[in-house]
Design a protein. Structure first.
Length: 571
């Protein structure tokens, strides 16, 4: 007779309190390990319960682009649109003028005011000049404009006539027109706001051709004589954020326009992949920060991994809603932890609050200011209280981009000792991008007789390859700048010329030499559209600079070439 025994795990405690207690046979061993690891050396292991926070608020009221100043308020367009918008006076396209005129004619006809529409068509002073639309690079767009111009007129001239006359009812052909016609034309001018804006006096742009970047600054109201100024010296376009701004040189810390006060509960920080805070707690593993790999120079990745794995459960969140379009500074922060005694009525004693100074202030006091994180540059060095500034710009969450209108690639050619501005796309007369990818015109060979050499001064390049030659800034200065030149490009010795606005056709174009790295840069221009915080639709033409990609195409440029030997070699 044999017997068999089997061990089975069973819990007699329905509450699982024995398993959750995690009892050990030798608790002294754990205490010893904690002592060896230095866990008993902490000066204060209290948990923050309540946070008392005060934030200085500087409301941004103005943005300056070039010589133009734009007021900022709740109804203003997003900051990207204000900075990147182009002054429309030289950019008012022929298509805009014709389509705007056809829109007004349709509205007049649909409202039984066809006689005023006919008067606009017959007005010779508003006639559209087709001779201005000649563009051999965009023949299709030219033909489309001719179709639009058959029954239309120049809307830009009409709006200019209205503005010069002092009102719609004072301009021909609307003198003595019914009030319904005046209201209809006024609504049309409001809808065609881009045309009206285009006729305003040009006051400069934030775009710098010599850097291929935007430069502007903003001002915040301080309630005093001197505003708080931030500058964006190198905004390359695309998406604007707080890290594009620096504190203007010499700016101190003026008085804030308001102060935000909050007393809230300190909430532990929680994020995906965070290490478990409790003993025996199973981790979800939504993110594995231990698997991050980075090189010696990848400091941000190393900081993220160390923060998530080591100190992720030691951080607390103090929510504070701050208004957009404002510059913020934490003026005062103190916490009440579970070590602080209460008074006789159960309240918080004033001596039990612990002030929390800014890390930047501790670094400056210690003379070891080597670490900066999410702060406006130079804001701590110019602040006697050594607290950094934070800017919440009124920017867009997302933007819809149109097709390319212009594209220019700047590439170095060390053999020719110059930089090529390769204009791959430009905006045609029909307000669309037109490619300039054409092979170079062949240069007819020089007639050669038997036994003679032929000398060729230089070969041709494609018409859209524009040379940027180095020139001295001044006669006695060793510093140089790149200036656009011209080259002969064919049998007729026609000179290459720029067609897009990025290269400023018909005007001097200069580019800083240090802006073109070995890999080159790529500048683009396209229409962008987005909705603002108020729900309105904003449309503007913006530019963007980025690195070029791919090897430099061969230019086939040669100087001082000997060719054409057809006889027997001498000797």
């Amino acid at each position: 007779m044999s017997s068999m025994y089997r061990l089975e795990a069973a819990s007699l405690d329905p509450e699982l309190s024995e398993g959750l207690a995690a009892r050990v046979a030798d608790p002294l061993w754990y205490l010893t390990r904690q002592w060896q690891a230095g866990e008993f050396r902490g000066e204060d292991a209290g948990t923050p319960l309540i946070a008392d926070l005060e934030i200085d608020v500087y409301e941004v009221t103005e943005v300056q682009t070039g010589r133009a100043r734009h007021a900022l308020d709740a109804s203003s367009p997003p900051l990207e649109a204000l900075v990147e918008q182009e002054h429309q006076a030289p950019r008012l396209t022929y298509r805009d003028r014709l389509e705007g005129a056809l829109t007004l004619l349709r509205r007049l006809t649909a409202s039984d005011f066809g006689d005023h529409a006919d008067a606009l068509r017959r007005d010779r002073g508003l006639r559209f000049r087709l001779s201005q639309t000649a563009d051999d690079g965009d023949p299709v767009g030219t033909r489309r404009l001719e179709v639009l111009a058959r029954n239309g007129f120049d809307a830009g001239r009409l709006i200019k006539r209205i503005l010069d006359s002092g009102g719609i009812d004072q301009a021909d052909p609307f003198k003595g027109a019914p009030t319904e016609v005046i209201a209809l034309v006024d609504a049309w001018m409001t809808a065609e706001g881009s045309l009206v804006q285009g006729l305003a006096r040009e006051t400069g742009s934030a775009w710098r051709d010599d850097r291929q970047e935007y430069r502007f600054r903003i001002e915040a109201d301080t309630g005093g004589s001197e505003p708080l100024r931030l500058q964006a010296p190198e905004y390359t376009g695309g998406r604007l954020d707080w890290y594009h701004f620096d504190l203007s040189k010499g700016e101190g810390r003026p008085k804030p326009s308001g102060r935000l006060r909050k007393r809230v509960l300190a909430t532990p920080l929680v994020f995906a992949g965070q290490p478990a805070q409790r003993f025996w707690e199973f981790e979800e593993g939504d993110a594995y920060f231990g698997g991050l790999a980075g090189g010696e120079g990848d400091l941000a990745r190393s900081v993220l991994a160390a923060y998530a794995a080591v100190a992720g459960d030691d951080w607390y969140v103090i929510p504070a809603e701050a208004p957009a379009n404002s510059i913020l500074r934490v003026a005062h922060l103190r916490v009440f932890d579970n070590f602080g005694p209460l008074d006789e009525k159960g309240g918080y004693e004033e001596d039990s609050w612990r002030p929390v100074p800014a890390t930047a202030k501790r670094d400056v006091d210690a003379g070891n200011r080597v670490w900066r994180w999410q702060e406006i540059a130079d804001s701590v060095e110019n602040d006697p209280e050594n607290t950094p500034l934070v800017f919440i710009p009124p920017v867009l969450a997302s933007t819809r981009h149109g097709p390319l209108l212009e594209e220019v690639r700047f590439r170095r050619d060390e053999g020719a000792n110059l930089v090529w501005a390769i204009e791959r796309t430009y905006q045609g007369v029909y307000r669309r991008g037109v490619g300039r990818h054409r092979p170079p015109e062949s240069v007819p060979p020089v007639p050669a007789t038997e036994g003679d050499w032929t000398y060729q001064l230089g070969t041709s390049v494609p018409a859209h390859w524009l040379p940027l030659v180095p020139v001295r800034i001044t006669g006695g200065s060793p510093q140089i700048v790149l200036r656009r030149g011209r080259m002969a490009i064919g049998a007729g010795q026609d000179e290459s010329e720029a067609r897009g606005v990025l290269l400023r056709p018909g005007r001097i174009f200069l580019l800083e030499e240090n802006e073109v790295p070995d890999g080159g840069i790529r500048s683009t221009r396209r229409y962008q559209m987005s909705r603002s915080a108020s729900g309105g639709v904003t449309l503007w033409a913006g530019r963007k600079k980025g690195p070029a990609s791919g090897p430099l195409p061969h230019s086939a440029l040669e100087f001082d070439a000997l060719k054409g030997w057809r006889g027997k070699p001498p000797g």
